[in-house]
Ligand binder design. Structure first.
Ligand SMILES: Nc1nc2c(c(=O)[nH]1)N[C@H]1C(S)=C(S)[C@@H](COP(=O)(O)O)O[C@H]1N2
Ligand SMILES: [Mo]
Length: 205
């Protein structure tokens, strides 16, 4: 007897489930976008010692890419198969070369939210400064005008309303990393909390 087979389900990281819809989750208010006042800056350990700055019009001229990835929140929801579109972070590093001692970056948002990632996470081919998801401009709730997407790490690292990237020659904890969350945040290794950190996974005290 014929039987309709459903497609095999791809594995999710441990403890994750797929909810209905796309939850909105953040700390604090949603910022207003004022294109005339907005800029995107790269500062800290740049090769030249100078900061780099893009206005909104200049940012819109940067090279673009698309990538499809799942999005894993530490509160255990996973949003599968998002098509993200935006500026690959490798293009930012090309335009704003880091000092050779740079090991990590701090991604800064409006109102001081931040998250630290390794330079290798920033340069990963899946990592981008997204302006669109599934062909639509991000909504204000989800990070308009730009959010970083670091799909291979828990989503608190995918900072919404990004305004700056700071190059670091020594790792430093960001907003949630200072409040008990894991410094690295690999969902496949279920790195949720800071007490799980092993040697070499956290900044020096
Ligand atoms: N600026 C900023 N970005 C943020 C947050 C935040 O509080 N402020 N929360 C993070 C967390 S914990 C998650 S799970 C995702 C949620 O993204 P979403 O609201 O688009 O689902 O945004 C991340 N980016
Ligand atoms: Mo989250």
């Amino acid at each position: 007897m014929a039987r309709v087979m459903s497609p095999p389900e791809k594995p999710l990281p441990p403890g994750q489930y797929i909810p209905r819809g796309w939850p909105v989750l953040h700390y604090g208010p949603v910022p207003k976008f004022r294109p005339k006042d907005w800029d995107f800056r790269v500062f800290g350990a740049t090769a030249s010692g100078e900061q780099h700055r893009w206005t909104w019009d200049e940012f819109e001229e940067l090279p673009r890419t698309k990538t499809v990835a799942d999005f894993h929140c530490v509160t255990k929801f996973t949003i599968p198969d998002n098509e993200w579109e935006g500026v690959p972070c490798s293009a930012i590093v090309e335009a704003a070369p880091p000092h050779p001692d740079t090991t990590h970056v701090m991604v800064w948002a409006e109102y001081g939210y931040s998250a630290n990632i390794r330079m290798s996470d920033f340069l990963d081919e899946g990592t981008l400064l997204a302006t669109h998801r599934d062909g639509e401009r991000l909504s204000p709730d989800h990070g308009f005008p730009i959010r970083i997407v670091v799909p291979h790490l828990y989503a608190w690292k995918s900072v919404k309303w990004v305004r700056a990237v700071e190059y670091l020659v020594q790792d430093r904890r960001g907003f949630w990393e200072e409040r008990g969350y894991h410094n690295v945040a690999d969902p496949w290794r279920e790195q949720r909390y800071s007490y799980q950190e092993e040697d070499g996974e956290s900044p020096p005290l």
